[in-house]
Design a protein around this ligand. Structure first.
Ligand SMILES: Nc1ncnc2c1ncn2[C@@H]1O[C@H](COP(=O)(O)OP(=O)(O)OP(=O)(O)O)[C@@H](O)[C@H]1O
Ligand SMILES: [Mg+2]
Length: 225
């Protein structure tokens, strides 16, 4: 398999073009993508927007998937192509659609497939609509945890007073929480989300340092809405 140009790099993987139709997502550390690919295929079967995956192609740390066109929702937000309120609503609707799908393995009927990293840089705005990428954290569990995780990731930017994006992130957060409505009842999801974020080795000390303030911001925004 010939690998072409580097299309994008995240904190954990690099994404290369293979040809006009397919990309290769390669982890920078040893991690088996079998389960991630299986979950993507499962949610796709339930009509959830993810890139088609081509299992078995590439090595065990490689995921071959359909090449998407369009910017990530974060890029579109920075470029002024989408309003922060719309970003919040799109995220909330994607979370709700995902959580309507039954879990595959869990015996708890309340559990669902969770993404656990659903933020604006993991949504690509394609001509077919928003498509969710980067399923490396996926697992089954209570939907409130997934909603809390998305809110927390955005609130970390909103709570960082030195960030130029804090104000925009606040508008995204308020719209996300408003659109989530009842799903905003995270249970103990917010505490769990904070623990998980705190243990994420790809986070900077600065990002970990604003976690408490981010949780406070979510609690305040929930009371206000
Ligand atoms: N199917 C695809 N088609 C085209 N470009 C893609 C595709 N999947 C990913 N990309 C590009 O690669 C970038 C990185 O992808 P991805 O979010 O999966 O990597 P990551 O390392 O897990 O990111 P993170 O920093 O969130 O951990 C995306 O922002 C996007 O620009
Ligand atoms: Mg990503």
């Amino acid at each position: 398999m010939e690998i072409g140009e580097l299309l994008g790099s995240g904190r954990s993987a690099d994404v290369y073009a293979i040809d006009g139709d397919r990309v290769l997502r390669r982890y920078r550390f040893a991690i088996d993508v079998t389960r991630e690919a299986a979950v993507m295929a499962y949610v796709a079967d339930h009509g959830f927007p993810v890139p088609d995956v081509y299992p078995g192609e590439g090595g065990s740390t490689d995921l071959v998937m359909r090449r998407l066109s369009g910017p990530t929702m974060l890029r579109a937000l920075i470029d002024g192509e989408i309003a922060p309120e719309e970003v919040g609503r799109v995220l909330a609707r994607l979370l709700q659609r995902l959580h309507a799908i039954p879990a595959q393995d869990s015996r708890d009927p309340r559990d669902r497939v969770l993404h656990l990293d659903l933020h604006p840089d993991n949504v690509m705005l394609t001509p077919r609509g928003p498509v969710v990428i980067d399923w490396c954290n996926t697992q089954e569990g209570p939907p409130g945890l997934d909603c809390a995780m998305s809110a927390l990731i955005i609130a970390q930017v909103a709570a960082d007073e030195a960030s130029e994006s804090a104000e925009v992130a606040r508008a995204v957060l308020v719209a996300l929480l408003g659109e989530l409505g009842a799903a905003m009842d995270f249970g103990d999801g917010l505490e769990q989300a904070k623990e998980r974020r705190g243990a994420n080795p790809t986070l900077s000390a600065r990002e970990v340092g604003v976690l408490d303030a981010a949780v406070g911001l979510i609690r305040t925004a929930r009371i206000a809405s």
